[in-house]
Design a protein around this ligand. Sequence first.
Ligand SMILES: CC(C)(COP(=O)(O)OP(=O)(O)OC[C@H]1O[C@@H](n2cnc3c(N)ncnc32)[C@H](O)[C@@H]1OP(=O)(O)O)[C@@H](O)C(=O)NCCC(=O)NCCS
Length: 289
Amino acid sequence: MDRSDAAGLRDLFASMDEDDLVRRFFSGRAPPDDVVTRMAAVGERGGVGLVAALDGPDARGRIVAEAACELLPGGDGELGITVAPPYRGWLGPFLLDALVDDAAHRGIPGIEADVLVANRAMLAVLRRRGLAGMGHSDRPATLRVVIGTVGRVPPWPWRRRGRRLLVEHPGGTWHADDAARAAGYDVLVCPGPGGGWSACPAVRGEPCPLVAGADVVVDALPGETGRVVLESHRAHQPTVPVCVELPVRASPGPGNATTLPRGQGDAAVIGVVQRVARTGPGPRREGEP
Ligand SMILES: CC(C)(COP(=O)(O)OP(=O)(O)OC[C@H]1O[C@@H](n2cnc3c(N)ncnc32)[C@H](O)[C@@H]1OP(=O)(O)O)[C@@H](O)C(=O)NCCC(=O)NCCS
C-alpha cells in the first residue's frame, strides 16, 4: 500500500454497507479523502500496509481488500483490515498473515486492535492467531486485543503502568481486570489453549513467554486445562507467583498456589494478588495463617 492506492481505497470504503463501516471505522460513514490519503501513506510513517487487487484486463487493479498496521508509540502496530464481501471466506486470514510477516520483518513485535464484541468474524480470525485481551470498554462494547508477529504467543505490550499481571481466563476478559489496572498493573488476559488456539506453549510442556514476562499470574482456566497449565508453569517457571481462581463449587485448589477469595469483590481479589506478588510463590490458602 502506498499513496497511489488512495483512490482505490476510497472506492473500496465507498462500496461498504453501514454495518461494515461501523465494524471497520466505528462510524457509519466512510472516512474523508484526506484521512484515506493518510492511511495509504502508512509505510511512510514506519507502519505496514497491504492491498489485494484484482488482476486481468477488466479489473483495472480494483482493490478488494486492505490491511494495515500504524505504528504505536510503544512499538506495536494498530490494526485495520477490510475485505469486500465477495472475497470473504479466506482473504481476511491470508492478508492478516501477510501483514504479520511484514510487521515481523520490520521489528514490530505485536499488532493491537480495538474490535467490537459483536464482530465475531474479526475475533475469530484474531483468536486463531493467538490473541490476548488488553482491556475492554462498554460504549460501544469493544475488546482491545494483541497478537504476536513472531510465533503465535502474543508479546507483552509496552509497559504503561509498571507491574504486569497475566490472567489466564477464557474469552480474553476477567472480572477484576479494571481493578487490577487501577492498582497499577498492566493486565493481559490470555484465553489459554481454548478458544481455537492450539499453540499454547504450556499445554506442550514448554515455558510460556507471557508467564516469563509477568510479575504475577492468575490461573482462572477451568477444569483439566487449568490444572495442566498450572502444572506446566510450576515445572518451568517456579519463581513466578501464581494465584488460582476456581469456579464457585470446585474442590480446593492445588497446595502450591494461593486460592483467590470468592464473593468478596474485585478490590479484595486484587489485594490478595498484590500480596502474592510481593511475597512470591508458596503453599498458602487465603484465610489460612
Ligand atoms: C473481518 C474480516 C476482515 C474477516 O475476513 P474474512 O475473509 O471475512 O474472514 P473469514 O471469512 O475467514 O471469517 C473469519 C472467521 O469468522 C467466522 N465468521 C464469519 N462471519 C461470522 C459471524 N457473523 N459470526 C460468527 N463467526 C463468523 C468464519 O466462519 C471464520 O471462522 P472459521 O475460519 O473458524 O470458520 C471481514 O469480515 C471484513 O472485512 N469485515 C468488515 C470490516 C471489519 O470488521 N474489519 C475489522 C476491524 S478491526
